[in-house]
Write a new protein. Structure first.
Length: 388
């Protein structure tokens, strides 16, 4: 049996650095509500759902319309699992799996886990940016690792605004924007981060005009480009992906920067991944980037963050490639409802007003939730394809 575990709190576990780490209730709830997400980007994937799917005829019919091949299990005999994948590998997820009876020999060993943790630190992104500065001649300064409050305050004085980041963070969490004089709340966050993670990464804040990422897969000692992820944030936190073909995403980016530069960055990143990451990691990874404006000109920051795990951008890309009618445009988004009844109401309204249409096992228009909506669901990952 091949099995996939969705642990979206991966970076929180890395930051905690304790094999006994337990995620906060909100993070655990996200993992539970969206446990079946991996079936959309892993062929013949086995996933577990804590709730029975007997009442989910609507969702099961939708997956059937895609011709989707997957296996759902309500209970798992971990001793039968021969291959397992995770959204992200860390000490706590491995200990948890071993405690349930899985063979430790099919999991990353302690040395691999330590290297994954080291490579997931933001300083790896800074190293990659220095590598790109030499090979592609990018004029962007990498984040600086600061280990005292005094260093942080002195750094912040040099810029109108500064981005302060914890060493282990993702999707905008663990990021603070500060002005020259740090507020008490920012200083408090810096103190806590220095105590728990040893440093704060700091960089000038840029005027971002377009966020995007390049998605890669490391396998068989090779690094391969998977595709682009064009995403939006509410300032720092991920909100949604725009679903488009890679060629169209390149055309959008080409309004700001050349395709030649994009290709050069792609090839240089593949080389960096081969040298730095391939020996110690197998799986997906994403490199976040953005286009920024300065003095009425556009520039590229080609390595803001490196995520050694699957990403929402990767899922969005794979879903579009495999399940959306060619040439269509849409959105892939994650949202949260404090009240489950409000989510159910919204889901039913979306399904009624934008019912899904299919052609040759591909979505040609309409709304679908990628995970079943139960009476206690609060987190949703959904897709909506325009009718045009």
């Amino acid at each position: 049996m091949n099995y996939y575990i969705f642990n979206p709190y991966h970076e929180l576990a890395l930051a905690n650095n304790d094999e006994n780490y337990l995620p906060k209730q909100s993070a655990a709830k996200f993992a539970e509500d969206c446990a079946l997400l991996p079936i959309w980007f892993n062929e013949n994937c086995t996933a577990a759902c804590r709730c029975r799917l007997d009442s989910q005829s609507e969702w099961k019919n939708i997956t059937k319309n895609f011709g989707l091949k997957y296996f759902l299990v309500d209970t798992i005999n971990f001793s039968e699992i021969k291959n397992i994948q995770a959204w992200g590998w860390n000490k706590s997820v491995c200990k948890n799996l071993i405690s349930k009876g899985i063979d430790k020999n099919i999991l990353p060993n302690k040395e691999k886990l330590q290297r994954i943790s080291e490579l997931s630190h933001r300083k790896t992104a800074a190293e990659a940016l220095n590598f790109l500065k030499k090979s592609v001649k990018i004029d962007v300064e990498p984040a600086v690792e600061l280990k005292t409050l005094v260093e942080i305050e002195v750094f912040a004085e040099n810029f109108d605004e500064t981005a302060l980041k914890s060493p282990y963070s993702s999707s905008g969490k663990g990021v603070y924007f500060a002005r020259k004089e740090l507020s008490n709340s920012v200083l408090g966050w810096c103190k806590r981060t220095l105590k728990s993670q040893g440093c704060v990464l700091a960089e000038k804040r840029y005027n971002v005009v377009q966020n995007f990422a390049m998605e890669f897969k490391v396998t068989d000692n090779q690094a391969n480009f998977v595709g682009y992820s064009l995403f939006e944030t509410n300032g720092k936190t991920y909100t949604k992906n725009i679903l488009l073909p890679d060629s169209e995403i390149e055309n959008i980016l080409a309004k700001f920067i050349s395709k030649e530069l994009l290709n050069a960055v792609k090839q240089a990143l593949i080389e960096f991944i081969k040298q730095k990451i391939v020996p110690d990691y197998n799986g997906f990874l994403g490199v976040d980037m953005f286009v920024y404006e300065e003095n009425n000109r556009f520039f590229l920051n080609p390595c803001v963050e490196i995520n050694l795990r699957a990403t929402m951008g990767l899922v969005a890309h794979e879903f579009y490639k495999n399940f959306v009618k060619n040439g269509k445009k849409g959105v892939f988004a994650v949202d949260f409802f404090k009240n489950s009844a409000d989510l159910i109401f919204n889901h039913q309204k979306c399904a009624q007003n934008s019912s899904p249409k299919f052609a040759n096992h591909r979505l040609s228009s309409g709304y679908i939730s990628l995970c079943p909506i139960f009476e206690n669901t609060q987190y949703r990952i959904f897709v909506e394809i325009e009718k045009k």
